[in-house]
Ligand binder design. Sequence first.
Ligand SMILES: Cc1cc2nc3c(=O)[nH]c(=O)nc-3n(C[C@H](O)[C@H](O)[C@H](O)COP(=O)(O)OP(=O)(O)OC[C@H]3O[C@@H](n4cnc5c(N)ncnc54)[C@H](O)[C@@H]3O)c2cc1C
Length: 371
Amino acid sequence: MQKRDVVIIGSGPAGLTAAIYTARASLKPLLIDAPADAAQQTTPGGQLMITTDVENYPGFSDGIQGPELMAEFRKQAERFGTEFMEGWITEVDLSERPFQIYVDGGPTISAETLIIATGASAKWLGIPGEAKVPAGFGGNGVSACATCDGPLPAFRNRTLVVVGGGDTAMEEATFLTRYAAKVYVVHRRDKLRASKIMQDKAFRNEKIEFIWNTAVQEIVGTPEEGVTGVRLRNLVNGEEQIFPCAGVFVAIGHRPNTDLFRGQLDMDEVGYLQTSGHSTATNIPGVFACGDVQDSVYRQAVTAAGSGCMSALDAERYLDHLPVEMPSGEEITIEGEHITADRHAIITADGHMIPNDTEVPSDTEVSVGED
Ligand SMILES: Cc1cc2nc3c(=O)[nH]c(=O)nc-3n(C[C@H](O)[C@H](O)[C@H](O)COP(=O)(O)OP(=O)(O)OC[C@H]3O[C@@H](n4cnc5c(N)ncnc54)[C@H](O)[C@@H]3O)c2cc1C
């Protein structure tokens, strides 16, 4: 059994940023991440390992390759003493502190605080041509993130295909019209699942056209050119055609990697972990969540890294016996003291309620601007 003050799960931008901060705070974090596994689409370093150019991460004016960026994150975390372990976490017991973390084929880890940075996975169609280069065209014309890849030169003034019929697909298609010559939304049914406002926006956009009752069967292309088209099948009459395009954006949703925490941590209906508005605390004191696993809205490397920093500061604060704000609005310390959401009372660990008198006596000098 290994005992740790801080355990981090996940080595994407969120987990590695949490590692940099907690390591610099001398908390000797242990970061555990799943091994490279083609079937499960995991690689240490997270989602950016399966992309090429990252043009929007601040600090790299010429852009940087995803794997190169993550190697730099990792080196920085190592420099301050982060310890790394490779393995799938198969179970966690968060019922009491220290928390128990079970690593597949590895030791059980006992943790005073846990930072969850397990990310989210884009849902894929599972069709030929979709896998990552060199098996398919993933990263060379196939993407699941328009914000990330839409502005790349390969897609500018070209014909693109977006697959899906929900809000994500409408958002991706609308965004891509800033760069593409034409965007075709391919949808399996004859109507959309997207909200009315998103549908109306897409219908009004002259650059967007819809191909109804149709499934993408295959993504075709060449290693030199990347994607050159998609094989479409009309689901009403069974007819097939090769439809020429320069890029395919799969927009059928994301799945947060949270099965492990089901029944223990509060989640929304899709499975994203719920955190406090002002901190990254989950409903269990001492468990923090950062990055895509708790963010269904922004899902960017820079926002993941930002919330990784927040988780690290929250964990440090908690280990320093300082109160951390919970999703309920209460603040809780490591000793189990609760400060009520209205901040008027403190409930001690043994159940006593004492007033939380925060009024400053009139004869106390307050220096303005001091933190
Ligand atoms: C193709 C593609 C291109 C992108 N391009 C850009 C871009 O240009 N710019 C940008 O800002 N964003 C981009 N993004 C989005 C960006 O990659 C994500 O927002 C970011 O990686 C989220 O970071 P994270 O740390 O939250 O999680 P992730 O990067 O998803 O990392 C999570 C890690 O947790 C591990 N893990 C999950 N479950 C377990 C478990 N049970 N046990 C052990 N380990 C586990 C996973 O293996 C993974 O390594 C792109 C995404 C994709 C898919």
